[in-house]
Design a protein around this ligand. Structure first.
Ligand SMILES: NC(=O)c1ccc[n+]([C@@H]2O[C@H](COP(=O)([O-])OP(=O)(O)OC[C@H]3O[C@@H](n4cnc5c(N)ncnc54)[C@H](OP(=O)(O)O)[C@@H]3O)[C@@H](O)[C@H]2O)c1
Length: 321
């Protein structure tokens, strides 16, 4: 089968299409004929070699999120999975390929009306948005800032905050055009990446911040929490924050602020599955919108990664074998 591996760590040109043997599902796994592959930020991080210390080597077959049709099952798996359209988490490898395998507990059947491309924009990131808002104890009427809202986590967080009755849904993004697209998803105010702009009626403080960005600017946004505000860090696409950012929390002691990290790895599998399943059903009904930036053939993985690197992706880019 055709697959995309990292020939050399570094920029997108280091990716290469190769022929490799198709994987065979082991005990507890299903085999999938892949129809859509979600291209995530973590794939770019692995491609650059930034996770080499965690055992990722050149030659690695990228990809963690696919959708397609189950073609075979391993020992101990109900044969009725065969022929079903599914979404699957493949771990941190094996997704950029014509065929993939996944543990059956990481596989979810797709409802009618949900395309494979839609599924790989929502399956991984949608639950993160849900649980991050839950972790932030978001309540109707509160003002919410989604920092880094134009990514796959952000576009869902914006929609969930808006329909959850937020008093304001404020976003940061890099351009007015991206801001308009976020307004279309429910944002009420658009800030630039540094937190400026937003207009005269933009809230000056936030009850909840869902932060995908981190980076050197994080303390500025901590300072903009209202009294009893909750800041939940879900990603670091802008790099690590300054090491002493916690001193801002202590300096604002009398505001009773909270800072939390959130990883969906800390949520029990059945809970994640239930939320993913509900979100898939909502997306199939059009109640929750998926945002596919572009669908490219698997052989254009280099272009897909270049688009990610230049920051032009809005939502998620999808590859199809
Ligand atoms: N917590 C979890 O369980 C979990 C699960 C999966 C992934 N993650 C993490 O979530 C992140 C990826 O999420 P995603 O796919 O939604 O993000 P993404 O698409 O990679 O980025 C989100 C947005 O952030 C903005 N951005 C990028 N670089 C920035 C910078 N240097 N400064 C300010 N803004 C910047 C960009 O929008 P603009 O250009 O419009 O500003 C981008 O569209 C990664 O850090 C990943 O490790 C966390």
């Amino acid at each position: 089968m055709r697959a995309v591996v990292i020939r050399t760590f570094g920029d997108a040109d280091g990716l290469e299409v190769v022929e490799v043997p198709a994987p065979v599902p082991g005990p507890g796994q299903v085999g999938i004929a892949v129809a859509a592959i979600g291209v995530g930020g973590v794939d770019a991080v692995i491609r650059r070699g930034q996770l080499a210390a965690y055992g990722f080597r050149e030659g690695h077959l990228l990809g963690s999120e696919v959708a397609g049709t189950v073609t075979s099952v391993g020992a101990g798996v109900d044969a009725s999975w065969t022929g079903r359209r599914v979404w699957a988490f493949t771990g941190l490898s094996g997704g950029y390929a014509e065929r993939a395998v996944a543990a059956v507990e990481d596989v979810l059947a797709l409802p009618e009306g949900l395309t494979c491309a839609d599924a790989v924009t929502l399956g991984g990131s949608g639950p993160v948005a849900h649980f991050a808002l839950e972790r932030a104890r978001f309540a109707p009427g509160e003002s919410v800032l989604v920092r880094g809202a134009a990514g796959s986590i952000g576009v869902t967080a914006v929609q969930l905050a808006a329909r959850g009755g937020a008093g304001a849904v404020v976003v940061t993004t890099a351009s007015a055009e991206r801001g308009d697209r976020l307004r279309d998803l429910g944002a009420t105010h658009v800030l630039d990446r540094s937190g400026g702009g937003g207009g005269p009626d933009a809230p000056s403080g936030f009850d909840v911040v869902i932060d995908v960005v981190g980076g050197p600017r994080l303390p500025y946004f901590l300072d903009r929490l209202n009294a009893n505000g909750r800041f939940v860090a879900v990603g670091v696409v802008g790099g690590q924050p300054p090491a002493d950012f916690g001193t801002r929390l202590l300096a604002a002691f009398r505001k009773s602020l909270s800072f939390a990290t959130f990883s969906s790895d800390s949520v029990p599998g059945p809970e994640r599955r239930a939320v993913r399943s509900a979100q898939f059903a909502e997306a199939a009904r059009g109640v929750l919108r998926t945002v596919v930036h572009e669908v490219l053939p698997l052989g254009e993985a280099v272009s897909a990664h270049r688009r990610m690197d230049t920051g032009e992706v809005f939502g998620r880019i999808v590859l199809t074998p």
